[in-house]
Design a protein around this ligand. Structure first.
Ligand SMILES: Cc1cc2nc3c(=O)[nH]c(=O)nc-3n(C[C@H](O)[C@H](O)[C@H](O)COP(=O)(O)OP(=O)(O)OC[C@H]3O[C@@H](n4cnc5c(N)ncnc54)[C@H](O)[C@@H]3O)c2cc1C
Length: 407
């Protein structure tokens, strides 16, 4: 039976909702209820590549990123639950002068990491990743802190740790609308009844924007398709070889089950309005775009020739959410107190999940936050991107040049 009241309701049991649940319980909040329309981690989370990457262009960088790195490296000690984190490092490769200068700047900007980051030769990169053929003259940064996790395991571990700390979970419950009283959230309506609450954390992934429309809030965060594929085992792939990210063709390639997992940006970007899907649509039903996959394979083959004829044994795709400045939204929207949005994590929600959960908890605890809240505030877009057409085309454009954004 669904409870009739709760102190905090979290909508969404993906990596963001479960991290928020853990962090809130850890901070001492009581009577927390997490709802998901499917099982835990049944949205975009399980389809991720699960990579952590710390040379990304986050406006708020240091304390947030350091918190996330530290959390993944000490996940079991922090939560009592283990995850499969492979700290294999990464190589970030820039082929042209413009992006080589950008790479230098990214490394310099990360004071906390730069002592561990080194520039290596193409020959050294080839030793570390035997199937990789870096062109002469490229610049390669080796970042030992990076790695990857099995993404579903992160949400499951956060959920288990939250449950141990008293959070209640109800799956197969769909939230159909939010309710307000005056300028504050007062409850939610579900397909199994109403729940009164003065605090809602909305972490419903691709559906966040749609759910907010029930209280007239226009969240500037839209779902944009992202696809990756996994090959059958390839003989020279090493289990702990670093992830390779090549800037210009915007591809990433890492080990997966003896083969390679390949993903990339800029290939036929497409955003969605979740109302255009039939009701009951779930992420696994998202249609493949074979042309995107083919373009990705062609781009990756130039650097990893074995990909050309490798058998593809798995396709991954989902709908990460993106805002018009490419940065997170973690805040109340204008006019609805007590509603905390956790969205727009882009293709980085797994890596950022510890920090996002922590910020949600800081806000609801009235604690001084890990990062300046203004940078995460939904209200920064109040005067802009109010039309869907403008918003979606801007978010598609940002997605399309994810690795091309200069610092
Ligand atoms: C191919 C691919 C590769 C990726 N690679 C990486 C990577 O390497 N590193 C990285 O950090 N990120 C990566 N990502 C991005 C990452 O997957 C997302 O950023 C992250 O999973 C988003 O988590 P979420 O909790 O916001 O959303 P979701 O996982 O989608 O969770 C939202 C949850 O809300 C529930 N829900 C929705 N509507 C309702 C409702 N009305 N009522 C109740 N419940 C509801 C859904 O069922 C779902 O479980 C990748 C994504 C893809 C697709």
């Amino acid at each position: 039976m669904l409870p009739k009241t709760a102190n905090v309701v979290i909508i969404g049991g993906g990596v963001l909702g479960t991290s928020a649940a853990f962090h809130l319980a850890e901070a001492g909040h009581q009577d927390i209820l997490l709802l998901d329309r499917g099982p835990i981690a049944s949205g975009t989370t399980p389809f991720a590549a699960g990579q952590t990457g710390y040379l990304n262009k986050d406006g708020f960088s240091e304390p947030f990123t350091t918190y996330c790195i530290d959390f993944f490296e000490n996940f079991a000690a922090r939560t009592g639950q283990s995850i499969d984190f492979q700290r294999c490092g990464s190589l970030r490769v820039a082929l042209t002068e413009k992006y080589q200068a950008d790479l230098e700047k990214r490394v310099q900007a990360r004071d906390d990491l730069s002592s561990d980051v080194e520039f290596i030769s193409p020959a050294r990169a080839k030793e570390m990743v035997p199937g990789f053929y870096p062109p002469e003259g490229c610049r390669i940064a080796s970042i030992p802190h990076d790695g990857y996790v099995e993404p579903k395991s992160v949400a499951v571990a956060f959920a288990a740790a939250a449950k141990e700390r008293g959070v209640k979970f109800h799956t197969r419950v769909e939230v159909t609308s939010l309710r307000t009283s005056g300028d504050r959230v007062s409850g939610i309506q579900t397909n199994q009844g109403a729940i009164e609450t003065r605090n809602v954390v909305l972490a419903a992934g691709a559906w966040t924007r749609q759910i907010c429309q029930s209280v007239g809030v226009n969240v500037r965060s839209v779902p944009v398709r992202h696809q990756a594929f996994v090959t059958a085992p390839i003989s020279d792939v090493l289990p702990m070889q670093p992830i390779v990210r090549v800037t210009e063709p915007q591809i990433y390639v890492r080990h997966e089950a003896g083969g390679l997992l390949v993903g990339g940006y800029g290939y036929r970007p497409l955003s969605f309005d979740m109302d255009d899907f039939p009701s009951g649509f779930e992420i696994p039903a998202l249609e493949a775009d074979p042309i995107y996959y083919e373009q990705l394979r062609t781009a990756a083959t130039l650097f990893f020739p074995a990909i050309k004829d490798a058998m593809i044994v798995q396709e991954r795709r989902g709908l990460p959410t993106i805002s018009p400045d490419g940065q997170l939204i973690i805040s109340e929207p204008n006019g609805v107190g007590g509603l905390i949005l956790a969205t727009a994590c882009g293709v980085g929600g797994i890596a950022r999940s510890p920090g996002i959960g922590r910020v949600v908890s800081d806000i609801l605890s009235g604690q001084s936050p890990l990062v300046p809240l203004a940078q995460l505030d939904a209200r920064r877009f109040d005067e802009t991107y109010s039309s869907d057409v403008q918003l979606r085309s801007r978010c598609e454009e940002l997605y399309a040049r994810h690795y091309h954004e200069l610092v």
